[in-house]
Design a protein around this ligand. Structure first.
Ligand SMILES: Cc1cc2nc3c(=O)[nH]c(=O)nc-3n(C[C@H](O)[C@H](O)[C@H](O)COP(=O)(O)OP(=O)(O)OC[C@H]3O[C@@H](n4cnc5c(N)ncnc54)[C@H](O)[C@@H]3O)c2cc1C
Ligand code: SF4
Length: 553
């Protein structure tokens, strides 16, 4: 049965309860985007009883065998959004971005790190200064703990010497190393390094390195960059959006692209959320509007919402919206080991010995972690990029010997690295590399360690993982474009992530970061959504504080 007055609403799931709610189109809270930020916030607010509408441009990610097909995922980019953006010269860019319920967490590697305590303060880099956040680590700590529980993070605090203080350990023990990675860890320790178990968000219950009969995750080789066919990955759809939708007061509209936000005459309040819903235009309103479209799309939405009162874009009196775009200096590389590497689930080891400095250099280099295991299909897609190294062994054999690494170094917030719109309203990404010397040294350091690791002295780029158009198409760690701060002349959001200039507009995705640190961003986005969520619950006047999720949830 369809409801003719309520486009997009069908009599399934909780839609019937949501019927009146949609008919008057007014809600207590609208959340735009259901990824790490929006999905987590929806989960946090759901039990409040407030009328909450989630607007998501994507659909549910199809569950199909292709979820685990490396050719479909990495070579054919089956789950990438079919979007064209442009670089500053007008050349087309096909971003490695995913529009689904759950956002980019549907395909992420689920390595869920806290930023280091020092990342919240100013840090001097070779290429410039990484600015301080307006709140200290201690403000985020309880929310990191909640987020680690909500997202079933497996790990052990304190093994990594750079680990910040934690009020409680991870809810689950680390994912075990397979023998080749255990050997690598032992070799690294003997060489004086401090390898540690990566914090991974996964619904894995293992005994002696094998998943139990009841474990959702089967510990397979298609984790990093793939959707999980059996819903074992801790993503925002499975752990946040679906549980939120079991509450009658929460409603989700998929294929609902938010085109722009409207304000009242004073320009101080958002009064309308204008949506392209399967080609039909609809307008919704709510007391509070939370934008969580990912750093690039949130900036684009605010810029598209320019009006008389906000000629440079909504919340953009400071001119910072869209600026300071960061996405880390990343490399995905492969070392060919002399002995075979039969590891299935490889993403279990990290190294932070060079996070702040190395023995011979006083500036930060960055972080090293294992990447999902490469296979022959991926290498066939990548081999044309290997200009310096023409392998003389079959690619399938090479993949069997490969150890795969992901290196992340901090990029710096440059105001000229920015998101703008062209005359057709399409996204233009302006990007020039910043602070690359530390990253170059990190790569050289790993290369220098290869002898100890029993590997050939080559590091081959894993270009498919990063996206074919390196560096600009690699948008996975996008952040910084709607930064928070105390000064309305240099930031768009206040410390609660409310727009300085609007009474009811919030942003809770990766765009609030004033600096990017050098660990993966998603846990910080989730923790911040919980932090802002507490502020919103207070503002909504609900006495119903939501208890942190427990591991059995
Ligand atoms: C291959 C890959 C691997 C990664 N691995 C890791 C990892 O191991 N660890 C880690 O911490 N991070 C990882 N990341 C990054 C992580 O996924 C992101 O940091 C995180 O998902 C960002 O959260 P967000 O809420 O800012 O945006 P997203 O999760 O991208 O969510 C934004 C949502 O908004 C929707 N949306 C956008 N525009 C609109 C609009 N106008 N109207 C309505 N809806 C809209 C999108 O469809 C999407 O659902 C990875 C990313 C990728 C792509
Ligand atoms: S390793 Fe586990 S969570 Fe990852 S894709 Fe395989 S089954 Fe899913």
């Amino acid at each position: 049965m369809d409801f003719p007055d309520c486009p997009g609403l069908s009599a399934t799931g909780n839609a019937e309860e949501g019927q009146g709610m949609i008919a008057d189109r007014h809600h207590d809270v609208i959340i735009i985007g259901t990824g790490a930020g929006g999905g987590t916030l929806a989960h946090h607010l759901a039990a409040s009883g407030k009328r909450i509408l989630l607007l998501e441009r994507g659909d549910w990610l199809p569950r199909e065998k292709a979820n685990w097909d490396s050719r479909a995922v990495f070579v054919e980019n089956r789950y990438h959004a079919p979007e064209t953006w442009y670089d500053a010269s007008g050349r087309p860019v096909h971003p490695g971005i995913h529009y689904y319920v759950g956002g980019n967490t549907k395909v992420y590697g689920a390595v869920l790190f806290r930023l280091r305590k020092e990342d919240f303060a100013e840090i001097r880099h070779h290429g410039g200064v990484s600015p301080a956040w307006p709140v200290p680590y201690e403000e985020f700590e309880p929310y990191y703990t909640q987020a680690e529980r909500l997202y079933h993070v497996h790990g052990r605090h304190g093994v990594d010497p750079t680990d910040p203080p934690a009020s409680s350990d991870y809810p689950y023990p680390p994912v075990s190393h397979e023998p080749r990675i255990q050997q690598l860890s032992d070799q690294l320790k003997r060489a004086g390094y401090h390898p540690f178990p990566l914090p991974v968000g996964v619904m894995l219950d293992e005994r002696n390195g094998r998943p139990t009969h009841a474990s959702r995750c089967i510990r397979c080789d298609t984790f990093d960059g793939f959707p999980c066919l059996v819903n074992g990955k801790s993503d925002a759809q499975v752990l946040c959006v679906e549980p939120a939708l079991t509450h009658a007061n929460v409603h989700l509209e998929t294929r609902a692209f938010v085109k722009r936000l409207q304000t009242d005459g004073s320009g101080r309040e958002v009064t309308g959320v204008v949506v392209d819903h399967d080609g039909a235009e609809e307008t919704y309103s709510s007391d509070l509007v939370v934008v969580s479209c990912g750093a690039i799309n949130s900036a684009a939405l605010l810029l598209r919402s320019a009006g008389d009162r906000h000629p440079n874009g909504l919340a953009n009196g400071s001119g910072v919206v869209g600026r300071h775009y960061m996405r880390h200096n990343n490399s995905a590389v492969m070392a060919v080991s002399r002995e075979p590497n039969p590891t299935v689930f490889q993403k279990t080891l990290g190294i932070n010995d060079f996070y702040f400095r190395s023995l011979d250099w006083g500036y930060p280099l960055g972080h090293i972690q294992m990447l999902g295991k490469s296979d022959g299909e991926m290498l066939k897609g990548e081999a044309p990029d290997w200009a310096v190294f023409k392998p003389n062994i079959p690619l399938d054999r090479m993949a069997r010997h490969a150890l795969d690494f992901w290196l992340t170094s901090e990029d710096l917030p440059d105001p000229d690295n920015r998101v703008t719109l062209n005359a057709r309203g399409e996204i233009v990404l302006h990007l020039k590399e910043t602070n690359m010397e530390g990253h170059r040294r990190l790569l050289a350091t790993l290369k220098g360690m290869l002898g100890h690791l029993g590997c050939e002295a080559h590091l081959l780029p894993r270009s498919l993982y990063l996206g074919k158009q390196i560096p600009i198409g690699g948008t996975a760690h996008q952040c910084g474009t709607v930064r928070f701060g105390r000064d309305p002349t240099t930031s768009a959001l206040d410390v609660n992530c409310r727009a300085h200039e609007l009474a009811n507009l919030y942003v809770v995705d990766g765009s609030f970061f004033p600096s990017s640190g050098a660990v993966n961003p998603a846990l910080t986005i989730m923790a911040n959504a919980l932090r802002v969520g507490d502020h919103l619950l207070e503002r909504l006047g609900t006495t119903r504080r939501v208890a942190p999720a427990t591991p059995s949830d």
